[in-house]
Ligand binder design. Structure first.
Ligand code: ADP
Ligand code: MG
Length: 259
């Protein structure tokens, strides 16, 4: 749990001063710790590969506060993507719960879950999975259309977010004609067009050169701040991980903090 950021005011009552004469500093309007956005409890997930069973997540617990940024780091094969897919409801656990603001979302049927996912979760992957024959705007507006927005409204939302990610001059370019860094920024815009509460990114810059990676990293951190958007990023990039409020890894199927 993190503490709610707020203006700090000094309470200057002399009788409350500390032994060293310093006044007690208390946060103004402190209403306690931030609420959890997501709380994963005892998640278990395994796969059977060629007859052999592997347990990837074993009673894994994971709490995410509103606005938090978390890096999931560690070697290939430890279950980072598996966890991200479950947190993003792209996959269901074998057992365990995922509470989203107290709602047990794996009790939803597939349709309700798909609606929840579209409105609440944004995804960015290593490979952008955009539609290359469609323009940047057409790709970015897709989640809004799926969510029932009118064409004009969806178009406007897509243009706004594309401008925000620095693609003002590429709005109507076919995505197949854009550079790798630009494509990944279109993918970011598509993930953000509905202003999701949480953005999940799986090695979002794993396929980009240093300069483009840095641009995407900066954008992720700015958007986390601007939109109070909770951010979970799987990354091998130690610089990006160092920008996050928390770093975790998976050891024997459970989440472990990295210092
Ligand atoms: N759909 C799947 N079917 C079978 N095995 C899988 C599947 N997805 C992941 N795995 C296995 O689960 C383990 C964890 O995978 P993954 O979560 O992708 O790891 P990471 O993202 O940390 O590299 C790996 O051994 C992988 O081969
Ligand atoms: Mg992975």
């Amino acid at each position: 749990m993190t503490t709610r950021p707020s203006n700090i005011v000094m309470l200057l009552k002399a009788d409350q001063s500390l032994g060293n004469g310093m006044p007690i500093i208390k946060p103004e309007n402190d209403t306690g710790p931030l609420p959890d956005l997501i709380s994963a409890r005892s998640l278990c997930k395994g796969f059977t590969n060629g007859g052999a069973r592997i347990d990837v997540l074993k009673d894994l617990d994971f709490n995410l506060s509103v606005g938090e940024s978390v890096a999931i780091v560690g070697a290939s094969g430890i279950g980072k993507s598996t966890l991200l897919h479950i947190v993003g409801t792209l996959d269901r656990p074998d057992s365990g719960q995922l509470l989203y603001r107290e709602d047990d979302i794996f009790t939803y049927d597939d349709l309700k879950l798909a609606r929840f996912r579209n409105r609440t979760v944004g995804f960015v992957f290593q490979f952008h999975h955009l539609l290359p024959e469609f323009s940047a705007v057409e790709n970015a507006m897709m989640p809004a259309l799926i969510n029932g927005a009118g064409r004009q409204e969806a178009n406007q939302a897509a243009e706004e977010i594309l401008v925000r990610v620095g693609l003002k001059d590429r709005l109507h370019y076919r995505v197949g004609k854009l550079s790798g860094g630009e494509q990944q920024r279109v993918a970011l815009a598509r993930a953000l067009v509905l202003k999701p509460a949480i953005l999940l990114a799986d090695e979002p810059t794993g396929n980009l050169d240093k300069q483009n990676s840095e641009q995407v990293h900066t954008l992720l951190m700015e958007l986390n701040q601007e939109l109070s958007m909770t951010l979970v990023v799987v990354t091998h990039n130690s610089e990006l991980a160092s920008f996050m409020s928390r770093r975790v890894t998976i050891v024997n199927g459970r989440l472990t903090p990295v210092t």
